[in-house]
Design a protein around this ligand. Structure first.
Ligand SMILES: O=C(O)c1cc(=O)[nH]c(=O)n1[C@@H]1O[C@H](COP(=O)(O)O)[C@@H](O)[C@H]1O
Length: 271
């Protein structure tokens, strides 16, 4: 998917919502457990009920890998039922020496036809660029993550006072462009999102951390929105586990709708 196509969908739906498919067998409603593929049934209903409000879906690969070989088949099936105009993110956080990264890229872009994959920058240019060689496919590079552990490395300052995440942003911009490279910036980072936006004015950000992790959607829009929106804000547990009863998908729809309505007013305010 191109950047223009993504932006046009954001405008059409008045939404920049990414629904995170962190589908955990231990948390899905009990009545689904007798289905032949409970995780697929769960994701299918969630997708059907939230597709009107979502511009992206982000299956977190760990939740599928943890099921063993059948988990990969489930992931493939889930990706195939996501409507084609909706952006898909394989949240796999990959990155390795070049020839290995190339095969990770083939797995997610060719075997499974995801639009994007999350990649860790730690191993540097040759671990990331193999993912950037696929037409209309995207790397979403971890920049400033939402978790407490982001302090351990990302916020460490060099001798000039520059935090590591800023070096990641500066250097990695040379590897790709706003047409094939996005950044993960946690919603829990508040005003630091503005610092990131200053360094990368045009790139899209994937912003996890609203909902269960407590980040503020209003702050994300205030500090991070650009003239093409430039944001996809993810919520996983806050949407998909809104209810653990038979009404789980309808409850997910309500949560997605609530976020979309807030996003609509933020788009009207800042775009
Ligand atoms: O790359 C990510 O998606 C990600 C980066 C980050 O900094 N923080 C973060 O929470 N995530 C992912 O975003 C999702 C957040 O889920 P919820 O907290 O349930 O909304 C999970 O799939 C995380 O793996």
């Amino acid at each position: 998917m191109t950047r223009a196509e993504l932006f046009s969908q954001i405008q059409k739906k008045s939404s920049f919502l990414c629904v995170g498919l962190d589908a955990d067998l231990a948390k899905i409603p009990a009545h689904l457990k007798s289905e032949p593929d409970p995780i697929f049934s769960f994701c299918r209903e969630i997708i059907e009920e939230t597709a009107d409000y979502a511009v992206a879906y982000k299956p977190n690969i760990a939740f599928f890998e943890a099921l063993g070989p059948t988990g990969w088949e489930t992931l493939q099936k889930v990706n195939e039922i996501i409507p084609r105009e909706i952006f898909t993110i394989a949240d796999a956080k990959r990155g390795d020496i070049g020839n290995t990264s190339k095969l990770y890229a083939k797995a997610f872009f060719e075997q499974m036809d995801f639009d994007s994959v999350t990649v860790a920058p730690y191993m540097g240019a040759d671990s990331v660029t193999p993912f950037l060689e696929f037409e209309d496919k995207w790397v979403i590079l971890l920049a400033l993550t939402s978790n407490a552990g982001s302090m351990d490395f990302q916020l460490i300052k060099d001798e000039n006072g520059k935090p590591l995440y800023q070096s990641v942003l500066e250097k990695s911009q040379k590897w790709g462009s706003p047409e094939n490279l996005m950044y993960v910036v946690g919603a829990t980072r508040g005003e630091l999102i503005a610092e990131v936006r200053k360094l990368v004015p045009d790139h899209f950000f994937l912003v996890p951390g609203v909902g269960a992790q407590g980040g503020s959607l209003a702050d994300v829009a205030k500090y991070g929105m650009n003239s093409s929106c430039g944001l996809m804000v993810n919520s996983s547990r806050g949407i998909i586990y809104a209810s653990d009863g038979k009404d789980f998908a309808k409850a997910a729809r309500q949560e997605a709708k609530k976020l979309q309505e807030e996003m609509k007013s933020l788009l009207e305010k800042y775009l």
